[in-house]
Design a protein around this ligand. Sequence first.
Ligand code: ADP
Ligand code: MG
Length: 478
Amino acid sequence: MQLDCHSVWNNCLRYIKASTSEQSFRTWFMPIVPLKLVDQVLTIQVPSQFFYEWLEEHYVHLLRGAIDQVLGKEGRLEYSVIVDQGSATSQPYTVNYPEKNTSKQNGTAASNYRQNGSNFSTPQQEASAPAKPHDPQLNPNYTFDTFVEGDCNRLGRSAGYAVAQKPGVTSFNPLMVYGGVGLGKTHLVQAIGNEIKRDLPDRRIYYVSSEKFTNQFIEALRNNRVQDFSNFFLEMDVLILDDVQFLANKEKTQEIFFHIFNHLHQSGKQIIMTSDCPPRDLRGLQERLLSRFKWGLTADLQQPDLETRIAIIQKKMQADGIDIPDDVIEYLAYSVDTNIRELEGVIISLIAHASLNRREIDLELAKQCLKHIVSDIETEVGVDFIQKTVSEFFNISLDDMKAKTRKKEIVIARQVAMYFCKEYTNHSLKSIGFHFGGRDHSTVIHAVQSVNDMVTIDSKMKNAVESLKKKLRVRVTV
Ligand code: ADP
Ligand code: MG
């Protein structure tokens, strides 16, 4: 049966849709137009250079998976990129990737795309093929230069920098960096790796996520190559293990890591780890491992403040050669205060909107864009989330929120939470009252009125409500 490019692409889309979020699917895949299918080569048209690069960087595996599934291993993908010259009179023209004859070397779509199989080289393979240069698996963009310093990360950054100057020699061994998602752990530990790689090129460095470490280990077990697996790690001068919380309850993996850890540490090799919580809260990790994590230095990364968020965006945009007006940057940094990754997600989505609609990036577009994202989220804000956020904010217990207590600060917190439930959820007054320890609807009405009154006369209260608004509203998932 002869397949045409549209049905092939539709099948690819079905595969992609199942493996990615609705938002990414809409932003990055719906705008693609299939152009032709010749000799198992599918050509797709994408709206801009930026769009193409974004797909290449973030979705190459997904696209490969789709093509493999639909066209088989022989299938290939080519891009046709619309280049907008930015003036009303000149017509957009197209550029094709990979360019003919150069596809082997130029690192563009199809070349990366076909070579990707080799990116998955396991340590076993590397160990058994010593002629192949060792790949430390570092992302060159994650450097100290691109890492913005702020109060939120000063200790981690300086410790990391010290380790990078003298790996294995400082007392920061192991160095354990912890903090919530998207606060820069991976960036920081990779920066250490990149710095060492640059200044001490003979050192063997290896960055690996705990998930990949586990998978490599399982693979080694299956192939009876556990010895090769350990040997590979024991040869490292610097081992960076990201997200160790992932090792929780994986007894065998922890055991081998314990062995590797001890050996490296005794030989004065540097170990760097990250985790999403302080070591004392790591559940499901063996005590003997945890006690070793405390031998060196533990540093946390906190939420960046507004100025740091602004500086981070400015730096990123500068590095990407993208010009976003200052007022837009400030607006975004102000509105999204959860973490940097979310902030970046919002900016990417903004750039994508601008690029797709051929519009300037300005405050109005930013607002529209954020509203669109935020409104997706608002529906998710439920009574539980409001009660939890508000009680944390006022530092009272969740039980007090629902209890009979009439202590002033508890009453205020309770009223504020009721107010937000009325504002942000579809619950009836009766249902809201019910969620607050079975109070009746008139109590809720009274609470809403009190809060409205308080914010007009009490500036502290006004600020509290403003901060809470942001906390409740902006739970952006892009
Ligand atoms: P984590 O590993 O803690 O989840 P990442 O290191 O992946 O977070 O960081 C998320 C994004 O935020 C990355 O793109 C990273 O470059 C950026 N980022 C975080 N902190 C900073 C910082 N201080 N300076 C510059 N970029 C940062
Ligand atoms: Mg990370």
